[in-house]
Design a protein around this ligand. Sequence first.
Ligand code: ZN
Length: 386
Amino acid sequence: MKKSDAVALLRRLVSLPSVEPTQTDRPGEIGGEARMADFFAGYMENLGFDIERQEVLPGRCNVIARRGPADPERTWLLESHMDTVGIDGMLHDPFAGEVRDGRLYGRGAADCKGAMAAAMDALARIDLDAVAARGDAILYVGAMGEETGNNGARAVLPLLPERISRTIVLEPTEAQVVHASKGIAALEIDFTGRSAHGSNPEVGLNAIYAAMEFVARLKAYAAAEAAAHRHPLVGAPSMNVGVIRAGIAPNVVPPACHLELDWRVVPGEDIEDVKTALRGILADMVREGLCLDAALEQTQQNCPLVTPGDSPLVRELVAACRASGLDSAPGGVRWCCDGSVFCPRSDETVVFGPGSIKQGHATVEYIATAELEAASDALARLLAGG
Ligand SMILES: [Zn+2]
């Protein structure tokens, strides 16, 4: 196997600003993924991959790199997001990629250009023709727009094969092999009441009061769900009411109230059951005369990530990590990533990468170069070994 070039590669990736455009006041200068997309496409093309670009938003592309037989025995999907969060308040140069005391500093060094450099470097180090000859196709998606809701991953789904054998989403997991994570369901509820003058509230039906009563019942239900569905790796499901909008003036009974909440779904919990239960609560409230109508709608769905801990991909990646000097084990995380989007399409899905998510959105972001190189070794071993 060729020597790792992951540190130099990561310095290059860090030097290509790809800040989520809504998180900078200089979007024209450092915003968007275009520089990363061009570099990634060129690098993969050099390795014999076919390149397709998909423009998801103006000037913001996914890059899909494909290599291997047209009718593969097995299809691997690697995925990295190319965007980073903003750089406000950072305590070091975000784009210099300075290496000091065994650490490489820069925006994206951990989240998630480090993991991307490890995977790109791994592909450059192995015999890709031998991988193809064995019947394995490799797809590598460089995705845009992860930091603001997995837009790139969702958009690329129609361009991917119906069935994917093995998906590795490259995110900083401290080189742990993550096979379980929470999903997210965003729910919106609109309460309808009846307007009246504030001097005569008893002829109206206050939609804010209805929403308040719902929140009280919702919290009781969520507490029961949390107790019933505690997952050994990712913990209990959780809920947050994040938006509430209503009202016209202090002297008007509000006829409508809009509420938005975020439900973190754990493996083994069915969001459809949650929605059915919440609709039941709302129906009770209408029956009790607390509002005229209450409609619940789901606006976002990220499934929980669930791959059995003893599945071949998990076991092989853990073994490859240990052979590369990493202290890796199968595990779960509470946060949600693009893995949720691909999990339903893939026989096995894991999230893996060097670096820590704690560094991810911080004012000092770095990755340990030894861990970066070891992760490249592990991925090279896994992909070359079959
Ligand atoms: Zn990330």
